[in-house]
Design a protein around this ligand. Structure first.
Ligand code: PGA
Length: 259
């Protein structure tokens, strides 16, 4: 895994947005895997700024990692609504080419299979954007998710529901289930870009990068991926044993120059 440690959160978001913009510039018809959560908001803000400066997303196809079961796309707390507010409505991305699982599908299991099939028919994902939960989840693949899992319905942990309650009103309950790409689905992406900031992610980040590959930390499956990049700020990198080495290889998160 390529580990890029940036001075602060702002620099980490800049770096991540730069890597996504590079992918779009290199391939106007790229298939992007998108994520939600607090970490992604400043990254999407930066992409919107780049769009206003000329970056076009008009040929991009997108597949989000997950959606809450029970929420229609129009529901304000659905991830479709999040994506519209954060990115879709603010850029020239073609709404017909943006995909999220339907949380209000009559049969969520069938919807999960249909979603997996749509990703396959789109030719797979070129670049998958990922956050990480404090418990090491990626997408909504909670600890002990099969590392070979495909898109399916998962029960959210109490910790995840509490962490995400900040996006819901006081009278609203966080859904108990989600449709999420599986760990195996994520590993099929041609590149993975995971972003983590803040010391509350430090333990999960250390388990992901330096711990054993284990379903207890689903993000550790990225150790098996041939092209995975972790973009971190210093607090998120603070529990890493080999931090000095990562900084030596990629000073300030820069690319290595072999001379
Ligand atoms: P966060 O969520 O960016 O809101 O911390 C990350 C995640 O749970 O994957």
């Amino acid at each position: 895994m390529k580990v890029l440690i940036l001075e602060d959160a702002g620099a980490a978001y800049d770096r991540a947005a730069g890597l996504i913009a590079d992918e779009i510039t290199a391939n106007h018809r790229a298939v992007l895997g998108l994520a939600t959560g607090g970490t992604m908001l400043p990254i999407y803000e930066r992409l919107v700024i780049r769009h206003r400066a000329g970056l076009s997303l008009s040929g991009i196809t997108s597949f989000n990692l997950d959606e809450y079961v029970g929420l229609a796309p129009e529901h304000p707390q659905s991830y479709r609504s999040y994506m519209r507010r954060a990115l879709f409505d603010l850029t020239d991305i073609d709404p017909a080419l943006t995909h999220l699982p339907r949380g209000d599908a009559a049969n969520p299991m069938v919807e999960a299979e249909r979603y997996e099939d749509r990703i396959r028919r789109a030719g797979g994902i070129d670049l998958q954007l990922l956050g990480i939960g404090r418990n090491g989840h990626i997408g909504f693949n909670e600890p002990t998710s099969s590392l070979g899992s495909r898109t399916r319905v998962k029960t959210l942990t109490r910790q995840t529901r509490e962490a995400n309650s900040r996006f819901f009103g006081p009278d609203e309950t966080v859904p108990a289930f989600a449709i999420t790409m599986g760990v195996g689905t994520i590993l099929d992406a041609r590149q993975c870009l995971l972003v983590a900031t803040g010391d509350d992610k430090a333990r999960a980040v250390a388990a992901m990068i330096e711990g054993p590959v284990s379903a207890v930390c689903p993000a550790s499956a990225l150790q098996m991926h041939p092209k995975a990049v972790a973009v971190l700020d210093r607090p998120a990198a603070s529990a890493l044993q080999l931090g000095d080495y990562y900084r030596h290889v990629h000073p300030d998160g820069s690319e290595r120059e072999i001379r």
